[in-house]
Design a protein around this ligand. Structure first.
Ligand SMILES: Cc1cc2nc3c(=O)[nH]c(=O)nc-3n(C[C@H](O)[C@H](O)[C@H](O)COP(=O)(O)OP(=O)(O)OC[C@H]3O[C@@H](n4cnc5c(N)ncnc54)[C@H](O)[C@@H]3O)c2cc1C
Ligand SMILES: NC(=O)c1ccc[n+]([C@@H]2O[C@H](COP(=O)([O-])OP(=O)(O)OC[C@H]3O[C@@H](n4cnc5c(N)ncnc54)[C@H](O)[C@@H]3O)[C@@H](O)[C@H]2O)c1
Length: 453
């Protein structure tokens, strides 16, 4: 077996792994990246990008639903699902090859295969052994395995993004981001959608009032939502599937064409032979310090979805990769700060959020002003006949700075980034109110969302 030497060996060529390569290569370090599948990983090939193509079709259907408000008569829309999947595939097909070119230009050696630890500073891939001064685990996540009979009958987002046949009915096990995003697109095409969530609230990490608005909108478009559910088993029912679950103290059964595992994703680290790398881990989670290094082997760094404690989001994977790259080059100086990072659930319309929920702010004992607005009667919402238009902005009473901003509809997926910027650079509510915004835009409503100061 040949042994080669690199400064940095990265396991995984997704957002996180690619994020490491910038600082490492700018500093002239030799870098090998091991990728077992498509370069780019989940976000561009099996996640954000193809998913958004389907969501965009959902927006078009939502506009058609409201066309009569603008005195436009349209017939019942008919979506060619197979052609939409083809459109999605066409849009992403060149991404892995483009990234391969960009890695070659950066002089990163991309090695195809499944990498595993063979020692504390040694990685084995196929017949090659790579010794490294630093090893990066950037292996992403995978759907949480559910310990129930029939779990193997469930499909995942991968199949939903590939299947050219539109199912007539779908049950989602879990009421998180994936279920709601795909559920909204399916429901708007006429598919019968049911969501079974274990906890009392859908999207448990999001602001409860925002989720209540989104749940109401989801139910308005025909999605059946059940919370506080325990899914017991899944079984075949002729050519359909049956989900047995308990709810309100009774056992129920629901049938559909497909059942989706929407119960979260876990770090993809169980096949890395972490013990051989002296990498401390518990329940499939690598233990990391505040610089994203393994606590037991500081030559090993972790970033992206493989980090068990940070949000599993594409920009955060890139950000953590960059931090790991800079720590490798400069020593352990940098730690991630997630406080002002915005996120959106791309339902139609979207739920968008940055910062603290109201419950979290109250739990911290902060003195806060909470500005909650149902904006359906505001001019901009009425112009576009928004079915839901809602915001909650949480302001620190002592500093007048933004602590959190939450939106459902009303261009929230764009507006949330302005609030992220305001939080990051410490703008006060008074300064945000004082700004002059182009009119008429959804942004020009921001000053009203913040009350009158
Ligand atoms: C359906 C879906 C939709 C999403 N939508 C959004 C969205 O709209 N916005 C957003 O911010 N986030 C979204 N996400 C989350 C986002 O995709 C992830 O947070 C992000 O891709 C994580 O990047 P990563 O580099 O950590 O992991 P990945 O992109 O998964 O990359 C890990 C790579 O490692 C490779 N690998 C694993 N093990 C090994 C090994 N042993 N050897 C070699 N290679 C290995 C894998 O093949 C993979 O390519 C979505 C996720 C899903 C599933
Ligand atoms: N728009 C985006 O940014 C986006 C889109 C898709 C996915 N993602 C990322 O991918 C990750 C995975 O998405 P996801 O939707 O699978 O996870 P999630 O964490 O958003 O939601 C999982 C849900 O399943 C519930 N659950 C867990 N076990 C269950 C069970 N046995 N029965 C019923 N419900 C159960 C949880 O309480 C939770 O509400 C997310 O963490 C998210 O960060 C992001």
């Amino acid at each position: 077996m040949s042994r080669e030497q690199f400064d940095v060996v990265i396991l995984g060529g997704g957002n996180a792994g690619i994020g490491v390569t910038g600082p490492a290569r700018r500093a002239g370090l030799s870098v090998a990246m091991i990728e077992q599948d498509l370069l780019g990983g989940t976000c561009p090939n099996r996640g954000c990008t193809p998913k958004k193509v389907l969501v965009a079709a959902g927006h078009a259907l939502h506009d058609i639903e409201r066309a009569s408000v603008h005195h436009i008569a349209v017939g019942k829309p008919r979506l060619d699902w197979a052609a939409l999947i083809d459109r999605e595939k066409e849009m992403i097909k060149d991404i892995p090859a483009n990234l391969a070119r960009s890695m070659a230009k950066r002089e990163v050696e991309v090695i195809r295969g499944h990498g595993v630890f063979a020692g504390p500073n040694l990685i084995r891939v196929g017949a090659r052994e790579l010794a490294a001064r630093h090893i990066v685990i950037a292996t992403g996540s995978k759907p949480r395995p559910l310990p129930i009979p029939g779990a193997e009958l469930m499909i995942t987002s991968d199949e939903m993004l590939n299947d050219r046949d539109l199912p007539a009915s779908v049950i989602f096990g879990g009421g998180g981001v994936i279920s709601l995003e795909f559920g909204h697109v399916y429901a708007r095409t006429g598919t019968e959608v049911s969501v079974l969530e274990a906890l009392p609230q859908l999207l448990p990490a999001m602001d409860a009032d925002a989720v209540a608005r989104l749940q109401a909108e989801s139910e308005r478009i025909g999605i059946s939502v059940k919370t506080s559910v325990s899914v017991k088993r899944i079984e075949r029912a002729n050519d359909r599937l049956r989900v047995i679950f308990s709810h309100d103290g009774a056992e129920h059964a629901l049938e559909a064409d497909s059942v989706v595992n929407g119960a979260g994703r876990v770090a993809n680290v169980d096949t890395l032979d972490l013990a051989a790398g002296n990498v401390e881990h518990a329940n499939g989670r690598v233990i990391v310090d505040r610089h994203l290094r393994s606590t037991s082997n500081p030559l090993v760094h972790v970033c992206g979805d493989a980090v068990p404690t940070s949000p599993q989001l594409s920009p955060i994977a890139t950000y953590e990769g960059d931090i790991v790259g800079r720590n490798i080059v400069e020593g352990p100086k940098y730690s991630p700060d997630y406080a002002s990072m915005a996120t959106s659930v791309y339902t139609v319309p979207a739920l968008a959020a940055v910062g603290l929920t109201e419950a979290a702010a109250r739990q911290k004992g902060l003195a806060i002003d909470v500005h909650t607005n149902d904006m359906r009667d505001w001019f901009s919402a009425k112009t576009y006949a928004e079915t839901v238009a809602w915001s909650k902005i949480i302001v620190d009473r002592t500093t007048d700075r933004i602590l959190g901003a939450h939106f459902v509809g009303h261009a929230g997926q764009e507006l949330v980034n302005l609030f992220g910027l305001a939080m990051r650079f410490g703008l006060t509510a008074a300064q945000i109110r004082d700004n002059v915004y182009a009119y008429p835009t959804f942004s020009s409503d921001i000053k009203h969302m913040l009350g009158h100061g």
